[in-house]
Design a protein around this ligand. Structure first.
Ligand SMILES: Nc1ncnc2c1ncn2[C@@H]1O[C@H](COP(=O)(O)OP(=O)(O)OP(=O)(O)O)[C@@H](O)[C@H]1O
Ligand SMILES: [Mg+2]
Length: 330
């Protein structure tokens, strides 16, 4: 049975969530740093890649970071790892936006640029829905989220009628677009991919991500926790310190990952991991949006923004970015 109303909890007070997350993280840090490394058999070890093998151009390595807000693609070349431009403008990062307003789907910045006119056929934040059976609805989402048969669907009004997509299908559109870019760049068909996933992802979320990659045409899909991928990248041009502890904090667009690693003999062992797959930059955007919506309402008597709210959202993101690069003493 389709049920649009009841199963979703609409979050009223984000401040409480931030406060709760921060308290929980404080507890996590204290516990993680006290914790002894777990039984070796039960732990997961990852060997830090130290150099790229000389035959690496034959290996067709492809890595994709399928982010909540933007995606990144890396491939190996004779002269090392290359980040591939995913936008036709040469921009390397692809905003994780998919547009369904034409027969062929579109991905990336072009979808953001058109969102004011095509909001009802635009999807973003699909990573926040993937592999889930329930979710918190975000007020800014232009699409409806419904459940049917214990599955979440994204309902869209497109110029050619109403359609519904799972978050897995939306992710598949992004992954297929990226696959084409990878193949164009490498000049050959590619079948194997490493996809990064948040450490806080459940098995169901991981499986849904894997399914999206298969739908996109990848034949072999390996998943790597995002914090592990980040530490591999960190050690690419640094000596790997032995017997040390590393704390990784990744506040992304939609997910917070916090991990404590032990590094020994070029291996990374995750000692402790925590995070929140519903806390990221998007939530800061929402706070800023609420702030300005309030001002518009109280000072200018504007309460209905319609699709102009997406313009406000983009402005809020700009403000957030600018605020974070201002000198503290200004
Ligand atoms: N200078 C900045 N100051 C503050 N926030 C920023 C800045 N630059 C980018 N961001 C925010 O960081 C987030 C994107 O970060 P990132 O690319 O790491 O996320 P992601 O990989 O897409 O998401 P996730 O890892 O959660 O799936 C966005 O919310 C963006 O607005
Ligand atoms: Mg990320």
């Amino acid at each position: 049975m389709e049920n649009e109303e009841n199963i979703f909890e609409i979050e009223e007070n984000m401040y409480q969530r931030f406060k709760y997350s921060i308290e929980e993280l404080q507890r996590f840090f204290i516990n993680a740093l006290k914790e002894e490394p777990k039984n070796a058999n039960a732990s997961t070890f990852y060997t830090i890649p130290q150099c790229i093998p000389s035959d690496s151009q034959n290996r067709n390595a492809v890595g994709i970071d399928l982010g909540t807000s933007r995606c990144c693609l890396a491939v190996n070349r004779r002269d090392g790892i290359k980040i591939v431009a995913l936008e036709n403008t040469g921009e390397r990062l692809l905003p994780s936006y998919v547009g369904y307003d034409e027969m062929h789907t579109k991905c990336g910045q072009v979808v953001i640029d058109r969102i004011r006119n095509y909001a009802s056929s635009t999807v973003f934040d699909s990573k926040r829905l993937i592999g889930k059976t329930m979710t918190v609805i975000d007020k800014i989402w232009p699409f409806k989220v419904i459940t049917d048969d214990d599955k979440i669907y994204i309902k869209l009004d497109t110029p050619h009628g109403e359609i519904r997509q799972t978050a897995t299908e939306v992710a598949a559109v992004l992954l297929q677009y990226i696959k084409i870019k990878a193949e164009e760049f490498q000049g050959k068909k590619l079948e194997k991919v490493v996809l990064t996933v948040p450490a806080a992802f459940s098995l169901a979320q991981e499986e849904a991500t894997r399914e999206a990659a298969i739908l996109a045409g990848w034949k072999t899909v390996m998943l790597l926790p995002e914090p592990i991928a980040a530490s591999f990248a960190y050690f690419i041009d640094r000596p790997i310190s032995n017997n040390s502890l590393l704390l990784l904090f990744d506040l992304g667009g939609g997910t917070l990952d916090v991990c404590v690693f032990k590094i020994a003999n070029n291996q990374i062992e995750i000692i402790s991991k925590n995070g929140d797959s519903k806390l990221g930059g998007r939530d800061f955007d929402n706070l800023l949006m609420d702030y300005f919506l309030n001002i518009l309402h109280l000072d200018f008597n504007v309460s209905k923004l319609g699709n102009k709210k997406y313009k406000l959202l983009l402005e809020c993101q700009k403000i957030k970015h600018n605020l974070s690069v201002r000198d503290l003493d200004q």
